[in-house]
Design a protein around this ligand. Structure first.
Ligand code: OSB
Ligand code: MG
Length: 369
């Protein structure tokens, strides 16, 4: 594949409801949809799974666009790319900025799959034709309100319920949910809200039979997580701390976690996501695909990734209607009792709704050199 042009479509999206985590609330959000066009005119799509503020990680939508324009796209445009697995190494000259890298890398995967007339899932070796889906629920104003939400989602058939927690909104919330739903597949995500000083407090979560606790400690830590994992029974799952295959290898070696949440953006692309999946599979460590409140484009890549065999835990890839009044892809992602069908069309398997895209676009830039 040779990319002759990249179009950066920055869009403004509005979530149907605010989503609150330990580090802030999301509602309005800008993302850049990256369209890579090859010499034969095939368009492939990627998405910056960034937020407007650098609160989850150090990137923002602005910094991702800047990295793409000034550094990343100039390195890949007009170059012969034999396989999308090679793109990761072409971009390692830029330190970090994983989400920016991932946006162009995933677009190239889509081009490559379309060129070979293969669904993206098949190109990466995914054998599943359907995937199990979970729901990530933001922090609610009271435990009662949370129980009500969980009830809705259990009824819809979600296969995993993830509850965001933070100091002051943890034990009583989890206890209320556990009492109301004794058998629900339940987990908590702290987004780095605790430290080792909270070890006795975190131990109290062990009584609720959680599938796991996600990223309890610092966003850049794997040492303290290993200490914590020795002290608590609940499996730790790392999210923020894992940016690469090397990070995953070290975390497994240290015993910092027993599960890994793989996000394509956070690890710098689909290639690295596959490598982490393979490492975990070879070590008997289950993985699942995390979400970043994506539009349909990022969601489509997540679904394709989840078709790999070691994604044995349901991911955060809820259907489009849980995020947007109207998604930018056609058809939208739909779910039937917690199951999403893996697309069978070429590439990401969804069409971008150009009219909708134009309506949402606030900035558009064509890069040809
Ligand atoms: O920690 O997994 C997270 C959303 C934004 C930033 C970080 C996270 C999340 C989610 C949402 O949990 C998952 C989804 O896309 O539904
Ligand atoms: Mg998380």
């Amino acid at each position: 594949v040779k990319i002759k042009e990249v179009v950066l479509h920055t869009v403004k999206m509005r979530l149907i409801a605010p989503f609150t985590t330990s580090f802030g609330t999301f509602q309005e959000k800008h993302v850049c949809l990256v369209e890579a066009i090859d010499e034969s005119g095939i368009s492939g799509w990627g998405e910056t799974t960034t937020s407007d503020e650098p609160y989850y990680n150090e990137e923002t939508t602005h910094t991702a666009v800047y990295m793409l324009k000034d550094f990343l796209i100039p390195r890949i445009i007009h170059k012969t790319i034999n396989h999308p697995l090679d793109v990761h190494d072409m971009l390692t000259f830029v330190r970090r900025n994983q989400i920016a890298k991932s946006a162009i890398e995933t677009a190239i995967w889509d081009v490559f799959a379309k060129k070979n007339n293969l669904p993206l899932s098949e190109l990466i070796g995914g054998m599943k034709t359907e995937i199990e889906v979970g729901k990530s629920i933001g922090i609610q104003e009271s435990p009662e309100k949370l129980v009500e939400k969980v009830g809705e989602y259990v009824k819809e058939g979600f296969r995993k319920i993830k509850v965001k927690i933070a100091p002051g909104a943890d034990l009583d919330y989890i206890e209320a949910v556990r009492k109301a739903f004794p058998d629900a597949p339940l987990m908590a995500d702290a987004n780095s809200a605790y430290t080792l000083n909270d070890i006795e407090h975190l131990k109290k979560l062990d009584q609720y039979n959680l599938m796991m606790i996600e990223q309890p400690l610092a966003h850049d830590d794997i040492i303290d997580h290993a200490t914590l994992q020795r002290e608590i029974q609940t499996p730790i799952c790392l999210d923020e701390s894992i940016h690469s295959l090397e990070d995953a290898r070290k975390a497994l070696q240290l015993g910092s976690c027993r599960i890994i949440n793989i996000k394509i953006g956070r690890v710098g692309g689909l290639g690295e996501a596959i490598r982490i999946h393979d490492l975990c599979r070879d070590n008997g460590v289950p993985v699942w695909c995390g979400g970043m409140l994506e539009t349909g484009i990022g969601r489509a890549h997540n679904i394709a990734l989840t078709s790999l065999s070691n994604f044995t835990i349901p991911g955060d890839t809820a259907p489009s209607s849980h995020y947007w009044d109207e998604d930018i892809i056609e058809p939208e992602v739909t779910m039937d009792l917690g199951i999403i069908q893996v697309q069978s069309g070429p590439g990401i398997g969804f069409e971008v709704n150009r009219k909708k895209l134009e309506q949402l676009t606030i900035e558009k830039e064509r890069i040809t050199t």
